[in-house]
Write a protein that binds this ligand. Structure first.
Ligand code: UDP
Length: 430
């Protein structure tokens, strides 16, 4: 069978780090499983295809991150509606960006075979534009043969805008989001419960042996240990939250406790990394051991640090939580983005995989960690509960479902060309 790589566009936007991370994970899973049968492009659709000032959404999101109550109001707005498409916010957005989006998509749709959106504000606009184009040539969107798929990148709660009943397939990471999709009228047969698409280091949930774990601890600059004692502290990709206060409280507590190790991943927050690196930590000689936390900036091998650790202290980011579940790490959640990440807290606590204490109370966070480390059985139980939530094959499963279900890769070259040709002819008739 002569074949042509199928052209796939993945639309994301850098509003937060999660959408790009999911796009990259999907690209990796598609290429891993289908090699040169597919050709994948990642596009920041909001930046590239939408008009100013909407195209500035990535910058706006960063600014809004500093004003949680304003962000919460924006998130809540329209949330009571049944369908995002029917809301005034959406109608305004579509009317304002319609010409730009049509102009962006028109020259590209001829050669495309599939569009994947990993962002809540993109797929409606793309479907709307494709329907508009189809209408112009008296065809339906289905007849044009260009499926649009959405992969939800939130975990325990999701904005209404994620759901469009017209979508060809919808991938959701949890039962909670599945129920929301049904509530917002996405037909059940289109919804796939598959887990978040995560990068390759998280594609297996098999635990490693205690010996391997100790070896990894040494490789990462930790002390090899048999008891659960390694605390990993993170604040998402940007190192959000009161990392400094929490790190100091946990560090001081561990010195008092007489055992335990601390790894702080500051992400891109250089200021926090610098101040923690310069801090004079309380020290206490315990045998050969002098307490010294590992302070890191942005690291690419979070999967290794999570494998070497025994519990995670983090803001309630969906990526970090889903990754921790795969590594069987109990989570102490300390902060959340209002609205969007609230459901992630109950996702962890209701399932017995951790607890929540706001980072306004660093000493209470440290006390909770002390309680966990002092009772290895508690850690083991939470770890087992975390593993029950693990969905390591999200990215692989989503790409298989998409390629086998929608692209039918076995189709002969001539047929693929014919579909694209029909689409081109239809559209050129306009
Ligand atoms: N992360 C990373 N290196 C770092 C810090 C964070 O790779 O130094 C990754 C982390 O593993 C997770 C993502 O960044 O996959 C953060 O996503 P999350 O949804 O937790 O929070 P966000 O940063 O999107 O708010």
């Amino acid at each position: 069978v002569r074949q042509l790589p199928r052209q796939i566009h993945i639309y994301f936007s850098d509003t937060g780090g999660g959408h790009r991370a999911s796009a990259l994970a999907l690209e990796a899973a598609l290429l891993k499983q289908y090699g040169n049968q597919v050709s994948v492009d990642l596009i920041d659709f909001i930046r590239d295809a939408m008009p100013w000032p909407l195209s500035q959404a990535p910058e706006t999101y960063q600014t809004l991150g500093h004003f949680p109550s304003v962000y919460k109001r924006a998130w809540d707005y329209d949330q009571d509606s049944d369908e995002w498409r029917a809301t005034t916010s959406y109608q305004m957005m579509w009317r304002y960006s319609k010409e730009h989006i049509l102009k962006y998509l028109q020259p590209r749709v001829y050669e495309l075979d599939l569009i994947i959106s990993v962002h809540p504000l993109i797929h409606h606009l793309v479907i709307e534009a494709l329907e508009e184009m189809a209408k112009g040539c008296e065809a339906t969107r289905e007849e044009m043969g260009l499926p649009v798929v959405t992969v939800v990148t939130d975990l325990g709660s999701a904005h209404l805008s994620w759901f469009d009943p017209r979508i060809d397939l919808l991938f959701v990471p949890s039962q909670e989001i599945y129920q929301l999709a049904v509530k917002h009228h996405v037909p059940k047969w289109k919804i796939n419960l598959s887990g978040l698409p995560l990068r390759e280091g998280f594609w297996t949930a098999d635990p490693i042996s205690p010996e391997q774990k100790r070896l990894l601890q040494v490789q990462l600059g930790l002390r090899p240990t048999e008891r659960p004692e390694v605390v990993l502290l993170m604040g998402g990709g940007e190192g959000f939250g009161r990392l400094t206060d929490v790190a100091c409280a946990i560090g001081d507590m561990l010195v008092g406790l007489g055992f335990g190790q601390l790894v702080v991943v500051c992400g891109r927050n250089e200021e926090v990394r610098k101040s923690l690196s310069e801090r004079r930590w309380m020290s206490r000689q315990l045998g050969e051991w002098l307490f010294q936390p590992l302070i890191l900036g942005f690291v690419k091998n979070i999967d290794q640090y999570m494998t070497a650790a025994d519990c995670l202290v983090t803001k309630a980011g969906p990526g970090s939580i889903a990754e921790a579940m795969i590594k069987g790490l109990p989570c102490l959640l300390t902060a959340f983005v209002p609205g969007q990440e609230e459901g992630n807290i109950s996702y962890v606590t209701d399932n017995g995989a951790g607890a929540y204490i706001a980072d306004e109370e660093p000493d209470q966070i440290a006390a909770k960690i002390q309680e966990w480390l002092s009772d290895p059985e508690v850690v083991q139980t939470m770890s087992a509960n975390a593993r029950r939530l693990a969905k390591p094959d999200g990215a692989l499963q989503i790409s298989r479902r998409i390629c086998d279900g929608l692209l039918d890769l076995g189709t002969e070259l001539e047929e693929v060309k014919a579909t694209r040709m029909t689409r081109r002819e239809q559209l050129l008739q306009r």
